[in-house]
Design a protein around this ligand. Structure first.
Ligand SMILES: *[C@@H]1O[C@H](CO)[C@@H](O)[C@H](O)[C@H]1NC(C)=O
Ligand SMILES: *[C@@H]1O[C@H](CO)[C@@H](O)[C@H](O)[C@H]1NC(C)=O
Ligand SMILES: *[C@@H]1O[C@H](CO)[C@@H](O)[C@H](O)[C@H]1NC(C)=O
Ligand SMILES: *[C@@H]1O[C@H](CO)[C@@H](O)[C@H](O)[C@H]1NC(C)=O
Ligand SMILES: *[C@@H]1O[C@H](CO)[C@@H](O)[C@H](O)[C@H]1NC(C)=O
Ligand SMILES: *[C@@H]1O[C@H](CO)[C@@H](O)[C@H](O)[C@H]1NC(C)=O
Ligand SMILES: *[C@@H]1O[C@H](CO)[C@@H](O)[C@H](O)[C@H]1NC(C)=O
Ligand SMILES: *[C@@H]1O[C@H](CO)[C@@H](O)[C@H](O)[C@H]1NC(C)=O
Ligand SMILES: *[C@@H]1O[C@H](CO)[C@@H](O)[C@H](O)[C@H]1NC(C)=O
Length: 379
């Protein structure tokens, strides 16, 4: 959904950049691409071998897009071509490149510093390769960057402290599925235009910085599957455009800041499998009008089931907590729930019989509680 918008703006940039093309310098671009070609060691579809012919113009090479005058290379898209190899510094000589998509191949080695010369780059997708090294701090000089994905590689170490200082246009940053570690620094707060930040499936530790509340444009925030600890900062409640919040599979503690329950655009709230505790507010689902999925399973939440659960939409997981008390008869009014997991708590009393007549519910788990009641034969 987001991406479509970048393709559109990349298209505009391709068009407007034409005006900037003065002297034809396709020779320069060709030598950069020939160096790149020479670093490709695996070419299962014979694209390099058969199509990237030295005798033809690079503008006719598969995956290469030039401006209409065929003066410069504007885009390189070699995603899913089965290539393996390293990225040579000469790639940085494609100085008119606006869009680079090398995702879903098997490139390895480091990102060469030469790439810091790609000053017109707006879209950079290197996800799902086998690249390694630290996230280079020179990324911060690519000041036209709107989209950056390095997901699914072997990048490690800390995030550069000033990663956001010079990338005012960055809208989407995806560094998920790497080996990144260290603390999330307040430097992230300078990425103030970000709509989507995904740092999940890494080894980040320490606290979630309060500065995350400055990322006011965020629609998606995923810090799940890391080693984060401490409380969820109240400042998260300032993110009034947030539609998707994933903080699950960390070691976060304390209670859920009440502000979270007033973020009405929120569709997904995943705080599962951490060390959160406290009582769930009884009006939990009153302010969340768009919620489709709420996962609070595998924490230490205690107290009664929130009365407002009948207002929750679609998918609720409260399993594996310390919740107790009866399941109120209002449970039979769960009009909009399709999946409900209340297993592994301390609920007691009778199962409200109305629960069996809920037509929308297609998955219900009440196992491992102290509930009484029988399951109707005609279920
Ligand atoms: C390479 O592939 C493109 C797109 O399929 C085609 O237009 C071009 O003629 C091919 N070039 C060569 C040298 O085969
Ligand atoms: C690159 O090409 C693939 C299809 O081969 C396409 O799905 C993807 O959107 C393209 N990337 C860009 C940035 O246009
Ligand atoms: C291309 O890049 C390399 C390495 O970054 C550099 O040494 C070389 O001078 C560049 N060539 C041209 C023609 O700009
Ligand atoms: C990725 O690179 C590592 C070394 O950095 C290597 O051990 C591993 O086999 C590579 N994986 C693939 C799929 O090539
Ligand atoms: C944000 O960037 C400005 C310069 O644009 C810099 O002065 C400031 O220290 C940065 N803030 C953080 C928290 O890194
Ligand atoms: C719940 O609290 C107990 C007692 O403090 C602790 O031993 C346990 O690890 C906690 N469980 C979770 C999932 O945080
Ligand atoms: C609910 O959360 C628990 C704990 O994280 C998990 O084991 C369980 O699979 C989840 N239930 C569903 C239906 O996904
Ligand atoms: C919830 O269910 C009621 C009754 O079935 C329905 O009228 C209402 O539109 C549903 N709300 C949403 C947000 O789906
Ligand atoms: C119920 O608890 C038992 C023992 O702890 C466990 O093996 C089983 O998986 C639990 N059932 C569910 C549905 O979680």
């Amino acid at each position: 959904m987001e991406r479509a918008c970048y393709y559109f703006s990349v298209g505009l940039l391709l068009a407007t950049s034409l005006l900037a093309v003065g002297t034809a310098d396709i020779i320069n671009d060709k030598s950069a691409l020939v160096a790149f070609k020479n670093h490709i060691v695996l070419d299962p579809h014979s694209i390099v071998a058969k199509n990237w012919s030295i005798s033809s113009s690079v503008c006719d090479w598969n995956g290469v897009t030039c401006d209409s005058g065929r003066h410069r290379v504007m885009a390189l898209n070699i995603s899913n071509m089965g290539f393996a190899g390293t990225i040579p510094p000469q790639l940085g000589n494609l100085s008119f490149l606006v869009s680079l998509d090398m995702s879903n191949n098997n490139f390895h080695g480091h990102l060469p510093e030469g790439m810091s010369h790609l000053r017109r780059l707006s879209f950079m997708a290197l996800g799902n390769n086998n690249l390694t090294g630290e996230i280079p701090s020179w990324l911060g000089v690519l000041d036209r960057l709107q989209y950056l994905s390095l997901t699914g590689n072997n990048f490690f170490g800390d995030l550069p402290a000033n990663i956001c200082d010079n990338v005012p246009n960055l809208k989407e940053l995806d560094l998920a599925w790497n080996q990144l570690s260290g603390q999330l620094l307040s430097g992230l707060s300078n990425c103030s235009g970000l709509k989507s930040l995904d740092l999940s499936y890494n080894q980040f530790n320490g606290y979630v910085p309060k500065a995350v509340g400055n990322l006011k444009m965020l629609e998606e925030l995923d810090l799940g599957d890391n080693k984060l600890e401490g409380p969820i900062p109240n400042e998260i409640g300032n993110l009034l455009k947030l539609e998707s919040l994933h903080l699950g599979w960390n070691s976060l503690s304390g209670s859920i800041p009440v502000g979270i329950f007033n973020m009405s655009p929120l569709r997904t709230l995943d705080l599962g499998h951490s060390h959160l505790s406290g009582v769930l507010p009884s009006n939990m689902c009153h302010g969340l009008h768009n919620l489709e999925e709420i996962d609070l399973g595998g924490n230490n939440f205690s107290g009664a089931i929130p009365a407002s659960i009948s207002n929750c939409l679609k998918w609720v997981n409260l399993s594996s907590n310390l919740l107790r008390g009866p399941l109120a008869p209002e449970m039979g009014e769960l009009k909009n729930l399709t999946r409900l997991d209340l297993s592994n708590n301390q609920f007691s009393g009778k199962i409200p019989s109305t629960i069996w007549s809920l037509e929308s519910l297609d998955h219900l788990s009440l196992a491992n509680n102290s509930l009484q009641g029988s399951i109707p034969d005609n279920l």
